[in-house]
Ligand binder design. Structure first.
Ligand SMILES: [Zn+2]
Length: 262
């Protein structure tokens, strides 16, 4: 049997006007594409390592270009993907409290609403970012979910201008949890299968809590930024330098650093 194709879409591009975190909540004004891409990179990595499928990224994974919505749809339709997941982060609260996760779908096909609900429920089970939206699973004609031929879902994974959501969505752990939820959804609803030989069981013994963990440098990172978002204080960048055994503050994309676990 041919491998199934999964289409992943990180919304926008790095430099898309306006698509960024509210400055007073995030002085770095982290770009929406960067947040979307961080999650999709993780989903892609897990799928490619452990699952029997082909991943098609319909955005520009360098972030340089904001690929047109028509091109994204064309790429997914052309690849005959079995499912299309578009990752976004929301805005509209202007620094207020509240926010949370919303999943959009468009098709009136019977099972689509149930699948959208399953995707929402799975994400919430992992991230807990419920927020205060009155509608959390919504039928709406967004271009990419309206014009793709396969089941398609658009996730707004928290608000970039909510005082509650911003610290959460900036964290690496939120991105990781969201990615794991997307994988679980794909496995359950679209029967994406593990590669032969990949274990499903958890490790037999719970390991002692690690004191350090690996962090892979991403586009736009600096030591200060990593310390701010991963450790809660920019000034802790010195601990990262010490643990990683580096003496220069210049870091490069893809470099693996050792950072404190907490
Ligand atoms: Zn967006």
């Amino acid at each position: 049997m041919d491998k199934v194709v999964i289409a992943l879409d990180a919304g926008h591009g790095m430099n898309t006007a306006g698509k960024r975190c509210l400055k007073k909540l995030d002085p770095n004004q982290t770009r929406e594409w960067w947040l979307n891409d961080r999650i999709m990179d993780k989903v892609e990595g897990i799928l490619e390592a452990k699952y029997d499928c082909i991943v098609v990224r319909v955005d520009d994974t360098t972030g340089v270009e904001d690929v047109s919505l028509a091109s994204r749809v064309k790429a997914a339709n052309g690849a005959v993907a079995v499912v299309y997941i578009s990752m976004h982060h929301n805005a509209g609260l202007n620094g207020k409290k509240g926010g949370g996760t919303v999943v959009f779908y468009y098709s009136s096909a019977k099972e689509r609403q149930a699948q959208a609900q399953a995707l929402y429920d799975t994400i919430i089970a992992h991230t807990g970012l419920v927020g205060n939206r009155s509608s959390k699973v919504v039928k709406k004609g967004y271009y990419v979910i309206k014009n793709t031929k396969m089941p398609a879902f658009l996730v707004e994974n928290g608000f970039m201008d909510s005082v509650d959501d911003v610290p959460v969505i900036l964290s690496e752990s939120h991105a990781q949890k969201t990615a794991e939820a997307v994988i679980e959804f794909l496995e359950k609803e679209f029967h994406v299968k593990k590669k032969a030989g990949v274990e499903t069981a958890a490790p037999k013994q719970p390991a002692a809590a690690p004191k350090t963990r690996a962090y892979t440098v991403r586009k736009g990172d600096s030591l200060w930024r990593i310390a701010t978002y991963e450790l809660g204080s920019g000034s802790r960048y010195k601990e990262i330098m010490e643990l990683s055994g580096i003496t220069s503050t210049s870091i490069r994309v893809g470099q693996v650093l050792t950072i404190p676990a907490t």
